[in-house]
Design a protein around this ligand. Structure first.
Ligand SMILES: [Zn+2]
Length: 480
């Protein structure tokens, strides 16, 4: 029989209200979950419980969803990329340096585990892991299954890739047959995940980028996703360079081209979609991309922190939402802290729109929960609701960053830190207890990641077009 956990008399619960198809607060009530699902929400639970948690001074909230990250590779760049500008490739998101830090198989495992530790500890219970450096290493799916987080595995395929031979030109190298060939293997990995015994692994078809996949590869990816009833994700409108390239190739914006070849739709997620036709940097004469996204029901996965680091921002998250575009959040690079990501999303939207309340706290939270669940076609994620998956986060309202507690969600989004997240359950299993990840030894993971980062930094001259060292490309912030 399934184990029942009771959270008794929680100060605050962010519960799903079907009448308004959104969240609402409940005060001083109970939440019980049995096995992997929520069984009860309300006052005075009278049933049996195997374990009881005192809910006083706690907020019970649904686990957050991070639908766009590259856990296996980006953490290696911590301390290297933050201030790195490319002199001749401005507005390109550092394409000159994108590939200079290459993880090895061993450190890819450590980076993935380190990313998941950060996510879990910030109240995230679902991630979409986008692998886009060829096919993943042996044992990838199993390793993801052991981390404890709910994962949409997304091995991305592509018909070509970009690089630079000189730090100025943005050059595509095409290998179309290999893209089709890799799709077969990536679908095997997705099917392996969907069969996984943990019940926490799911599949997402991945076509790497709008500018690196042929219509044929996109068509096969879309068909494979539809056959399995699973989502598809690609990167699109993520740089000025890509936007200009698609205008040059097709006389169409990236979003317009994706709409035309049939990629957009309610089960399609676009990573970023920041440099769309209305973005001032692309200097385009039409304003139709937002309507294209809204009319097709396409989801945009917004990763504000990564773009802020590159000096760019969505114009604006509140504006996209108001136009009817379904939105989700992602952490993309690092840190993988969903509390911080929500705050940056809210603040950047205020800056970009010039409005204080076009995007309010409840909207940011809705995007990080219900918007993401909608993109996945899941009505059992991102909500505290009877029958929903027991992906539950307990926030410590006594944490200094949360006090004084007038409105705990506002405290969390605008003042809170991930240290306020005390306990995390995924599929009813406890993965974080008193701020400690139970599935991994985080210190050991970080030791292995640090060793891997050193190896990757040592290899930089072999990956850079000008054969520079890591310190030549990115000197330390202070002299030593
Ligand atoms: Zn990405």
């Amino acid at each position: 029989m399934a184990t029942t956990t009771l959270i008794r008399n929680a100060d605050w619960i962010i519960a799903f209200d079907p009448a308004r198809n959104g969240h609402r607060y409940l005060r001083n009530q109970d939440v019980a979950f049995a096995g992997d699902s929520i069984a009860f929400i309300g006052p005075d639970y009278a049933g049996q419980a195997d374990r009881t948690i005192d809910g006083r001074q706690l907020m019970v909230m649904p686990g957050l969803l991070d639908l766009h990250l590259h856990a296996y590779m980006e953490m290696h760049g911590k301390g290297f990329f933050e201030d790195l500008a490319s002199k001749h490739m401005w507005m390109t998101q550092l394409f000159e340096y994108t590939w200079v830090l290459q993880e090895d198989a061993e450190s890819a495992v450590a980076a993935t585990q380190a990313s998941v530790c950060d996510l879990l500890r910030s109240g995230c219970t679902t991630m979409a892991e986008l692998y886009c450096s060829g096919l993943p290493y042996e044992g990838w799916v199993e390793m993801l299954g052991r981390t404890g987080i709910r994962t949409y595995v997304c091995p991305m395929v592509q018909s070509g890739h970009w690089g630079t031979p000189n730090g100025r030109d943005h050059v595509y190298t095409w290998h179309e047959a290999k893209g089709i060939q890799n799709l077969a293997r990536s679908l095997e990995l997705i099917d392996e995940a969907m069969r996984h015994s943990s019940g926490r692994l799911h599949g997402m078809v991945g076509a790497a980028q709008a500018d690196t996949c042929t219509p044929e590869l996109f068509g096969k990816c879309k068909q494979a996703a539809e056959d399995r009833g699973i989502p598809l994700q690609t990167h699109a409108a993520q740089s000025v360079m890509e936007f200009r390239e698609m205008i040059r190739r097709h006389r169409k914006t990236p979003i317009e081209w994706l709409a035309e070849i049939g990629v957009l739709g309610p089960r399609t997620l676009l990573g970023h979609a920041i440099n769309i036709d209305q973005h001032p940097w692309v200097n385009h004469h039409e304003r139709k991309d937002l309507d294209r996204l809204a009319e097709t029901g396409t989801t945009v996965v917004h990763c504000p922190r990564a773009f802020a680091q590159w000096g760019d921002m969505m114009r604006s998250l509140g504006g996209y939402r108001a136009a009817g575009v379904n939105m989700a959040l992602g952490t993309d690079c690092y840190p993988h802290d969903m509390v911080e990501e929500m705050r940056i999303a809210g603040l950047m939207s205020k800056v970009a729109s010039g409005h204080v309340d076009l995007l309010r706290t409840e909207h940011v939270f809705e995007i990080a929960t219900l918007g993401a669940a909608k993109a996945l076609g899941r009505d059992d994620l991102g909500r505290i609701s009877v029958g929903a998956k027991a992906d539950i986060v307990l926030v410590d309202l006594a944490h200094p960053s949360m006090r004084p507690v007038r409105d705990p969600l506002r405290s969390l989004v605008y003042s809170g830190v991930s240290g306020a997240v005390r306990d995390v359950f995924v599929n009813g299993e406890q993965m974080v207890k008193d701020r400690k990840v139970l599935t991994m030894d985080q210190d050991d993971v970080l030791d292995r990641l640090e060793a891997g980062q050193k190896r990757a930094l040592d290899r930089v001259p072999t990956m850079d077009w000008a054969k520079r060292t890591a310190d030549e490309i990115s000197p330390l912030s202070l002299p030593q």
